[in-house]
Structure formats: structure tokens, C-alpha cells
Design a protein around this ligand. Structure first.
Ligand code: UFG
Length: 341
């Protein structure tokens, strides 16, 4: 069986990707420092797939540990690199932590790829690299803009590190996947997004408000130039997103890539406003949400959504799940975690 290293594999997108990799017949080894995830995720992945996986706990910014791991694991055919710190606001407070953790871990992986002959890597990037684009929807060739936060900067710089390292070492091949806004949970409700503390992202805040953990949802701004004044994003189901990673891995392993370094947008192609998300959630769950309108959040952009033509044509991948089904999956996950009937 082909072995894939999934860094950050107990995290939100990582865990869903591990499930899809196992379903597609890959053997998975996870490396995660559990700084923002729980060890129980491993059992829940196994409950879904019925397959075992290997797990090691350490931080990939530790070069010696990373090297020692690769020296013992000689069968890794490809890496999917999710492990990273990801809180935008926190990254403004502790930038060095973000730069060290997110940049050094990728550099350590690339060093080991060269040393131990692991050719393939899929990198978890973000539409944050586009900033507020001048033209919508954004294609892969839409110019990147200066990042709004150290977190966003690490995504942009990591793309460059990957690009430049592959350029200098043609034996390496890499794909950067630029995610739009991943939401929802596995239909089994066994894995999902479990933020530590107060959620910063919209959908976990909504589900926690519906579950009674938060008094009310604050909607950040209703004076944007959008359909109803609230900000617009391209919300993509996390299982759809996970499936794109399996396709990207296959593309690399089968040599179907058209260049050493490739970039794909992963979104649905549709924008939804915050108020549209709130309304869709209320409709599909029957739960009324308490919300108030507050001023815009610093660093937020007005609107963004993806042009998915390239991913559709080149990867043969398309987001399949609708918004309501996805919001319902997020609610079912929250209910299971909070033991709500
Ligand atoms: N929002 C609210 N209230 C909340 C939380 C969010 O109104 O309590 C709004 C935001 O202002 C924004 C939208 O909901 O308009 C989505 O916000 P999220 O925080 O869920 O997502 P962002 O688009 O801000 O950020 C996400 C990821 C980042 C990534 C970025 C790329 O969390 O990691 O997309 O654009 F960098």
C-alpha cells in the first residue's frame, strides 16, 4: 500500500482528508503535535473507515525530530502538509510563533524530502493570499496581495518556499491548494471542527450559539457593498475539500502534473453573505439564532469567491455538497459533541 504522511492529520481538514485517503486505499501516517486538536480524533477516524493508522506526536519545526522520523519511515511516497498555527488574530499578537511554526516546519519537511528522496508534497494554502481581489471571481492567476496578518503572510511565503525549492530541485513535485472557507463536518458526525475557546470563524460560532454556549452571534458589518451589506465568502464543504487532496496526491503519484509546482483554487464558485449563512442555518435546522450587527472586524475583506474552472477541468474535481446539507452537518456534529438530542 502507498504510504502518505499527513501532517496535522488530527486537525479539522486533516482528519477529513485522512478518512478520504483511507477510503481510497492509502496507508496513512499522521504527525501532529496536538496543539490544537485531540487524540480522540484517531479513534473516530478508525470508527468511520475501519482502518488503522500510525500516529506520532511532535512538532515539525523541530528539525532533529523531523529528521529522525524520516530516518525511521522510509516508505513515505507523498506528504500532505496541514500542520500549522491558523488563528488570524493570534498571529498579529505573536508573529514570531507563527513565522517559526509555519515556515520552519515546511522547510524541515523539504529538507527531509531532499535527504530521504520523498518527491511529492501537497501544501495547504489559502485564498487569504489574494487579499481583496480587484476582480471577482479569483482565478489561480489573480495576483496575490500583501497579507493582512502574519498568518496570511506565512501562507504566501510558504507558497514561495515551495515554488523556489521545487524550481531548484526538479526531483520534487508540489501542489498548493488554496482553500476558500471550509465548513461542515463528516456526515457520520464523528469528526468535525472543534475550536479551542471562543470560535473565531463564522460557522463554529453559529453552531455554538445554537447550542447555547454563546449568547449571541455578532455579525461583523452590514455596510459592505454586497447583496445585503454583510461580507461574502465562498463556503466549501470540508469533505468535498478533503476529496480534492486525494486527487492531488494521485496526480503527483501518477505523474499527471503539468508542472513541478502547481496551484489550484478549492471553492464552490458561489459567494454567500453572512446573513445568507445565518438564514440558511435557521431554515435547515429549525433553530432560531440570536444575532446582533456590530462594526466590521479589522482585517476582514468585503467579498471573495473562487473561479473553479481550473480545478474542475484539470483535477476533474468539483464541490458537490450544497450549503444547506453542509450547515446541517456542522449542526449535527455540534449536537453530538454537546450531547444535544
Ligand atoms: N463573521 C461574523 N461573525 C463571527 C465570525 C465571522 O460576522 O463571529 C464573518 C466575518 O466577518 C467574515 C465571515 O463571517 O465576513 C467569515 O469569517 P471567518 O472568520 O469564518 O472566515 P474568514 O473568511 O475571515 O477567514 C477564513 C479562514 C482563514 C483564511 C481566510 C481566507 O479562517 O484562515 O478565510 O480568506 F485565511
Amino acid at each position: 500500500m502507498t504510504q502518505i504522511l499527513v501532517t496535522g492529520g488530527t486537525g479539522y481538514i486533516g482528519s477529513h482528508t485522512v478518512v478520504e485517503l483511507q477510503n481510497a486505499g492509502y496507508e496513512v501516517v499522521i504527525v501532529d503535535d496536538l496543539s490544537n486538536s485531540n487524540i480522540d480524533v484517531l479513534d473516530n477516524i478508525t470508527k468511520i473507515t475501519g482502518k488503522k493508522l500510525a500516529f506520532e506526536q511532535f512538532n515539525l519545526a523541530d528539525a532533529a525530530k523531523t529528521d529522525e522520523f524520516f530516518s525511521r519511515n522510509k516508505n513515505i511516497a507523498a506528504i500532505i502538509h496541514f500542520a500549522a498555527s491558523k488563528a488570524v488574530g493570534e498571529s498579529v499578537q505573536i508573529p514570531l510563533h507563527y513565522y517559526r511554526n509555519n515556515l520552519v516546519s515546511l522547510m524541515n519537511l523539504l529538507d527531509c524530502q531532499l535527504k530521504y528522496g520523498v518527491a511529492n508534497i501537497v501544501f495547504s494554502s489559502s485564498c487569504t493570499v489574494y487579499g481583496q481581489p480587484d476582480k471577482l471571481p479569483v482565478t489561480e492567476s489573480t495576483p496575490r496581495k500583501d497579507a493582512e496578518s502574519p498568518y496570511g503572510n506565512t501562507k504566501r511565503v510558504n507558497e514561495d518556499i515551495l515554488h523556489d525549492t521545487i524550481h531548484a530541485n526538479p526531483q520534487l513535485k508540489g501542489i498548493a491548494l488554496r482553500y476558500f472557507n471550509p465548513i461542515g463536518a463528516h456526515p457520520s458526525a464523528l469528526i468535525g471542527e472543534l475550536p479551542l475557546g471562543v470560535p473565531q470563524n463564522l460557522v463554529p460560532f453559529i453552531t455554538q450559539t445554537a447550542a447555547g454556549l454563546r449568547k449571541e452571534l455578532s455579525i461583523f458589518g452590514n455596510d459592505y457593498d454586497t447583496v445585503d451589506g454583510s461580507a461574502v465568502r465562498d463556503y466549501i464543504n470540508v469533505v468535498d475539500l478533503a476529496k480534492a487532496h486525494v486527487i492531488a496526491i494521485e496526480r503527483l503519484l501518477k505523474g499527471k502534473n503539468k508542472a513541478g509546482y502547481e496551484v489550484f483554487n478549492l471553492g464552490t464558485g458561489n459567494g454567500s453573505s453572512v446573513l445568507e449563512i445565518v438564514n440558511a442555518f435557521e431554515k435547515v435546522t429549525g433553530v432560531k439564532l440570536n444575532y446582533i450587527i456590530v462594526p466590521r472586524r479589522a482585517g476582514d475583506i468585503e467579498k471573495i469567491w473562487a473561479d473553479t474552472t481550473y480545478a474542475n477541468n484539470e483535477l476533474g474535481w468539483k464541490a458537490e455538497k450544497g450549503l444547506e446539507e453542509t450547515l446541517l452537518s456542522a449542526w449535527n456534529w455540534e449536537k453530538r459533541v454537546r450531547r444535544i438530542q
